[in-house]
Design a protein around this ligand. Structure first.
Ligand SMILES: [Zn+2]
Length: 139
């Protein structure tokens, strides 16, 4: 039986280094390449290992959910915490109004980075690996 030339499957990534790289806004696979070259401008691929960051069109829509969830997880208990310490409703409205606008903007890069890291942990296959697998039925 002829041995097929199946590509080597990449090793399963470890959660802590991958999430640590995400918090440092680095590539989830190598931890070296920077994901962003500006505050809102994201690199298309890792400059070190060539991992493509946007796996498919619309991939980072999921990062919006991460951003929203983290914002709510801070604002909800924060509201009750400030209420417990006597903040007035007016002060709360102003503070949390500013917070829910400013925080998602500041957390934008980390939400994308965390989304990519979780995706990488669940499916570490990259473009080179996927492209080198022959399609079924192809000769
Ligand atoms: Zn990389």
């Amino acid at each position: 039986m002829a041995k097929t030339s199946r590509p080597h499957k990449p090793p399963r990534p470890r959660p802590l280094p991958t999430l640590g790289a995400a918090l440092r806004l680095r590539c989830p696979r190598c931890g070296v390449g920077e994901m962003f070259d500006g505050f809102f401008h994201m690199n298309t691929e890792c400059s070190f290992c060539r991992l493509r960051f946007e796996r498919e069109q619309g991939f980072f829509v999921g990062a919006i959910y991460v951003n929203y969830a983290v914002t709510v997880l801070i604002a909800m208990p924060g509201y009750f915490l400030l209420d417990r310490y006597g903040a007035t409703l007016t002060h709360q409205f102003i503070f949390w109004g500013v917070f829910v606008v400013a925080f998602p903007l500041l957390f934008f890069r980390h939400s994308r980075s965390l989304w990519l890291a979780v995706s990488h942990l669940l499916d570490p296959g990259d473009d080179r690996w996927l492209k080198s697998i022959p399609k079924q039925g192809a000769r």
